[in-house]
Structure formats: structure tokens, C-alpha cells
Design a protein around this ligand. Structure first.
Ligand code: PMP
Length: 460
């Protein structure tokens, strides 16, 4: 991968930014900013006008759904719904399934989830369903504090014949752990839960917010029922999350939002409403039209950015993206970001007092590294890095359960995270800055307390 060429498509390198907070949000390439401007020539709503502008915008919007489906190797756009972000997509699944839970059912999730894949299930089990007199339990599987691995035995113990749904991250945004999704699929399949259609097995939802940006994800191969990711972590502007769901689930499910465009043309009377065909049954109200179009183009651009000179280009086109093209591009991205992460880990091992969390060097992980330094407040560390021009994030990264479970006090770590445009120089600069900031802060800061009970993949 020619990283210098990739970087030339972005503004941040010329601004001297060491953009190493990509797990929060990625940087936008210039092509997308130009695309947004050019889309204003046909600026109009979708499915709501006979003008050529509206027709063209509708075509682009619909074709974006095809690109999302092709990116995930979903059978068709009928399996795709768009929302504001991963959080809203997971909430949409919660509302879709809400009325299907039976008294005594349970949901199994994990201690390493982002709050957006725990709090909706907490809210459903502790607030919404009890208000309707229905008891549904929310069970949480442990992870191994030393390796960051999900405790699959514990997960398998929690999943039983009353488990309607298993919700798991595809890659933790704090530990970096990538739970084995095929094994989890098998655990869910064996649960014995009897579905409404008589088949047995629990549904599986994957939070892929940190998986999609650096991996090839094939929803049919993984056989997931639901999978969500945010396009703003994948070069796109803010405001679009993609939900994949098996078509029969979307066909049978209740939409999260009711209103215009999600109904069949003329299909509304006082006593009866007929819904639109998939996927538009899940597109109530005017959607984020430009965002959706730009997000699909962002995915296409990823392929162009990481492919060798002379390879076919996909950005400016609506041609179907073959699975092999997406796979090859994402394997390139995965290989590049993996080597950056390993570089960061090797450097981290040489910094006195630094402990990282999650898998050891050599074990697959998302391209991020969260760490603490004995005696240094992570927030002060990130602020110090900012003064050195290095963008980091300190806090609990919305992975509050895992920080508390590890006994971290304060419940915070400092995190560096990498993207396809991150260079080895960025990583070296960032880790040099960590070394300097730690040297400056360490003698001054009070020692952190309460961090017992955990070990890390790193040296302390
Ligand atoms: N899940 C994971 C693993 C994440 O990293 C994030 C973003 N930090 C989310 C969910 C939520 O994404 P969004 O804020 O775009 O809804």
C-alpha cells in the first residue's frame, strides 16, 4: 500500500495533525467534500418528486444501498437499513424485537461492549419491558483480564433455551479484542431457543463499528442476523450508520420509526396501513440523503485509495463492487493497520510504567492501543500529547463496564488508534511523544490507585 499516495487525498497531513484518534472518527478525503458540493446540482428529496433532480438523487440514494450490501456481501439492498450511527442502528434492532420478547426470555451481551451495545439492552430489560409487565433478563459475559479474550465458556453458560438474542462486539474499541464470531454463532445456534417460526437457536447481533474499518466482513459467511457500523469511522461525513439484517427478519419485524415513505403507495387508511417494500419499510421520513450517498462513495473510495496504480477505479461509478475487490482492499487495509499497531506495541514495551490492555503482541486486535502509565492521569497524558501535536483520546471510551471490571481508578485509559492513512512515521511520532510526556508527568503526578486485579499484554 502506498501510504504517501493515500495521505495526499486528505487535508490533515498538510495541517501537521498526527491524527491518531481514528477509533472515534476518521478523516474525510477531499473527493468526498467535492462530491457533496457536486450533489447540490441535483439537490432534491428522494422518492418525493417528478423532477429530474429528484429522480437522479433517488437513483444515487438507492444505489448507495446496493453499495452497502455489496460491501458486506449481503444478498441485496433489501437487507440494509440506514440510521444516524451504530447506536441508532442497535436501538432500531431493540425496538424491532421489543414486542417479540416473551416473559422469562433473556439477552446475552458482554462486559467489553461499547455502551451502545449494552445500554439499549439494559434499558429494554430494566425499564421498557417491565413497564409492560414483562420480565426479560440482561446477562453479561466476562472477559479475561490478562488477555482481553472474551470468556467463551462463560458466554456458553449464559446462553440457554430462553436466550432470544446474543449481542457481541466484532472488535472492542477499548481492548481491541476481536471475539471469534463463528464460535459465538455456533453457541447461539445451540441454545435451543424456540423461535416463532418453530426453528431453534438465538439471534446474533454484531456491533461492527470497529470491525468494518479494518477488516473484510462477509455477513453471509459469518451468518449474523444483525450487524451495525458507522460510516463516520470509514472516511464518510458524520450522520450515517448502516444496519444489515437478514431479509426475513426485516420483513417480519416492526420498524423503529413509523411515518412517510415507509408505507406502500396509497396504502394508508384509518383502519389499515400497508408498508413499503424492503428496504424502504425501514426508511421513514426524509433520510440523510447526501450523507448516505457520500457514505457509500466513501467505501468505494477506500478501494481506489489502497489499490495499485492502474487498477480499476470504483469511486465515480455505480458498477456492482465484486466481493473479491472489497476483500482484497480490506485485506490490504488490515495488513497495513496491523503492522502499525504492532509497531506501537513494540514501542510501548520500552516505556517505563506503561501497561496496555487487551491482546498481547501477535494476537489479532483492532488497530488501537489503550494504555495507562503508573502514576499518571490518562486525561493529563492525552492533554500532554495534544500539546505535542498528537491526537489521542483518554476516558473510558464508552466501554465503561470493561474499565470498571478492570478496577481502573480513575476508570480511564489513553488510546491511540490508527486508520488506513496512518503512516509508520505517525506511530513513531506518537510513541515518542508518549515517552516524553510520561517522562515529564511521572515524577509530578500522584500514583493511580485501585488498578489491582488486572494484568496487561504489555510490560510494566
Ligand atoms: N460500538 C463501538 C465498538 C464503537 O467503537 C462505537 C464508537 N466509538 C460505537 C459502537 C458507537 O458508534 P456511534 O457513536 O457512531 O453510534
Amino acid at each position: 500500500m502506498d501510504v504517501d499516495r493515500v495521505r495526499s487525498h486528505f487535508a490533515f497531513p498538510d495541517l501537521g495533525r498526527v491524527a491518531t484518534n481514528n477509533a472515534a472518527t476518521s478523516q474525510p478525503p477531499r473527493e468526498l467534500l467535492r462530491l457533496l458540493e457536486s450533489l447540490t446540482e441535483d439537490y432534491d428529496n428522494v422518492h418525493r418528486g417528478q423532477s429530474s433532480a429528484s429522480r437522479r438523487t433517488s437513483e444515487r440514494f438507492e444505489s448507495a444501498y446496493d453499495t452497502f450490501a455489496q460491501w458486506l456481501n449481503a444478498p441485496s439492498r433489501r437487507s440494509i437499513a440506514t440510521y444516524r450511527n451504530t447506536t441508532e442502528a442497535i436501538n432500531a434492532v431493540m425496538y424491532m424485537l421489543l414486542t417479540q420478547f416473551r416473559d422469562g426470555d433473556n439477552v446475552v451481551t458482554t462486559m467489553m461492549e461499547h455502551n451502545s451495545n449494552f445500554v439499549p439492552w439494559y434499558g429494554m430489560c430494566h425499564e421498557i419491558l417491565p413497564a409492560f409487565g414483562r420480565r426479560v433478563e440482561c446477562r453479561v459475559a466476562r472477559f479475561d483480564h490478562a488477555t482481553g479474550a472474551l470468556d467463551l465458556e462463560h458466554l456458553a453458560e449464559l446462553v440457554d433455551e430462553r436466550t432470544k438474542l446474543v449481542c457481541v462486539t466484532g472488535a472492542s474499541n477499548f481492548l481491541g479484542t476481536k471475539p471469534p464470531l463463528r464460535t459465538i454463532r455456533a453457541i447461539a445456534d445451540r441454545s435451543g431457543y424456540v423461535r416463532d417460526d418453530g426453528r431453534t437457536g438465538s439471534l446474533l447481533l454484531v456491533d461492527a463499528a470497529q470491525l468494518v474499518p479494518s477488516s473484510f466482513v462477509d455477513v453471509q459467511q459469518l451468518d449474523v442476523d444483525f450487524l451495525a457500523f458507522s460510516c463516520h469511522k470509514m472516511l464518510a461525513p458524520f450522520g450515517v450508520g448502516v444496519l444489515y439484517a437478514k431479509e426475513q427478519l426485516l420483513a417480519a419485524g416492526r420498524p423503529f420509526l413509523y411515518g412517510g415513505d415507509m408505507v406502500a403507495e396509497g396504502g394508508v387508511s384509518v383502519d389499515r396501513v400497508d408498508y413499503n417494500d424492503l428496504p424502504w419499510k425501514y426508511a421513514a421520513g426524509t433520510p440523510n440523503i447526501l450523507g448516505v450517498i457520500a457514505s457509500a462513495r466513501a467505501l468505494r473510495l477506500v478501494v481506489d485509495l489502497v489499490s495499485p496504480e492502474g487498477a480499476p477505479r470504483w469511486f465515480d461509478d455505480d458498477r456492482p463492487l465484486p466481493r473479491s475487490v472489497v476483500a482484497q482492499a480490506m485485506h490490504r487495509v488490515g495488513g497495513h493497520t496491523r503492522s502499525l499497531t504492532e509497531l506501537a506495541m513494540q514501542e510501548a514495551m520500552t516505556i517505563d510504567g506503561l501497561r496496555w490492555y487487551g491482546p498481547a503482541l501477535g494476537t489479532p486486535r483492532a488497530p488501537l492501543l489503550a494504555f495507562t502509565v503508573d502514576g499518571v492521569d490518562p486525561i493529563r497524558l492525552a492533554e500532554g500529547l495534544n500539546l505535542e501535536g498528537v491526537e489521542a483520546r483518554a476516558g473510558c471510551h464508552c466501554a465503561t463496564l470493561a474499565h470498571r471490571d478492570l478496577g481502573l481508578n480513575p476508570p480511564a485509559t489513553c488510546r491511540l488508534s490508527f486508520a488506513l492513512y496512518t503512516s509508520a512515521d505517525d506511530v513513531a511520532l506518537a510513541m515518542d511523544a508518549v515517552r516524553r510526556v510520561v517522562r515529564d508527568l511521572r515524577p509530578l503526578a500522584p500514583r493511580a490507585t485501585g488498578a489491582g486485579g488486572w494484568t496487561s499484554g504489555g510490560r510494566s
